[in-house]
Design a protein around this ligand. Structure first.
Ligand SMILES: C[C@H](c1ccccc1)n1cc(-c2ncnc(N)c2C#N)cn1
Length: 302
């Protein structure tokens, strides 16, 4: 089992219909058919949504996503209409709410990898390839790939992992033309993100984009973009292939959860314990650090 220790009860807002509770986000619809994406302060680790929230995580990741949408706009239009919470929304939705165009979502997790780790590394170790793309021999955990690779996945059911699939499988699912567009756009967006992040001493190991099509059939960038929840960001100064790289935002939590101090046994499939205040504070500081290092600006709230 994994997922939620206690499934959260979504906030009900007059005029909004609650559609979906994700691990760390809530999705609503307005009466006029727009979508309202609300980022919470929930955090997940080892496939569990933890019982302790990280203050300001939702606002930090929403602000970062907006910052990236602006810098990707010449490559792909975004679904974002406004960052103003709808009338009647709770005051604490400010800064962590995006009102978005409702799109016809493409059922493919569009992942780009510039470095080998996670499920890509596991697949490579089994067969020397990821999503059917052969890679050179001798790569290790954290190896930089000569060229970024499009490694799509199918969306998993709640509590399951996305399944890596080949480009040919995506072509069979959505058609060869759209599959080609998804690959080209995913790699272009990744390349822009990697370039900007590296200028700031941050390695973008991999990231996941989601796309939808608007009424005109145009591909539109949806969901969140280039946040620590949709991407792996590594501090460049700590990069050393051959071992797991320190995750910018989750390492503190992972290290505590797997330490004797937590008393938690990941293999026992029991919910993780609450986080100590010190782990919460250090993790919040990491989210602030990622935001400020990438954007070059102080966090836009007190
Ligand atoms: C998985 C993700 C989700 C986000 C937030 C909270 C829970 C789930 N989601 C996004 C859509 C979606 N559907 C139609 N148009 C859109 N513009 C979007 C977006 N983004 C459906 N699901």
């Amino acid at each position: 089992m994994s997922g939620f220790t206690v499934k959260p009860e979504p906030v009900q807002v007059p005029g909004l219909t609650h559609l979906h509770t994700g691990k760390v986000r809530e999705l609503y619809a307005t009466a006029s058919g727009e979508l309202v994406m609300v980022a919470t302060d929930r955090v997940s680790a080892y496939d569990w949504v933890l019982p302790t929230e990280i203050p300001d995580k939702g606002r930090l990741l929403t602000a970062l996503s907006l910052w990236w949408f602006e810098r990707l706009a010449d490559l792909a239009p975004s679904h974002v209409l406004s960052d103003a919470p709808p009338p009647g929304a709770p005051a604490d939705w400010k800064g962590r709410t995006l009102v978005c165009r409702r799109l016809d979502m493409v059922p493919v997790e569009c992942v780009a990898r510039g470095y080998l780790t996670g499920s890509g590394l596991a697949e490579y170790r089994e067969g020397g390839a990821v999503c059917g793309v052969a890679l050179p021999a001798g790569l290790e955990d954290g190896s930089r790939l000569d060229e970024p690779v499009f490694t799509p996945a199918t969306k998993a059911e709640v509590g399951e992992h996305d399944e890596n699939v080949s480009f040919e499988a995506v072509s069979a699912q959505v058609g060869a033309e759209l599959a080609g567009e998804l690959r080209e756009l995913t790699l272009a967006l990744y390349g822009r993100g990697r370039e900007i992040a590296e200028e700031r001493g941050v390695l973008l190991a991999d990231t996941k984009f989601e796309f939808g099509r608007d009424a005109g059939g145009r591909l539109v960038l949806a969901d969140e973009v280039l946040t620590p929840d949709s991407s792996r960001f590594w501090p460049a100064e700590g990069w050393a292939p051959g071992r797991p790289q320190p995750s910018y935002d989750k390492q503190i939590i992972r290290d505590w959860l797997t330490s004797a101090e937590s008393g938690w046994d990941r293999a026992a499939d029991t919910p993780p314990p609450p986080l100590p205040d010190e782990v919460v504070e250090r993790t919040r500081a990491k989210y602030v650090e990622v935001y400020e290092r990438l954007t070059g600006t102080p966090v836009p709230f007190g």
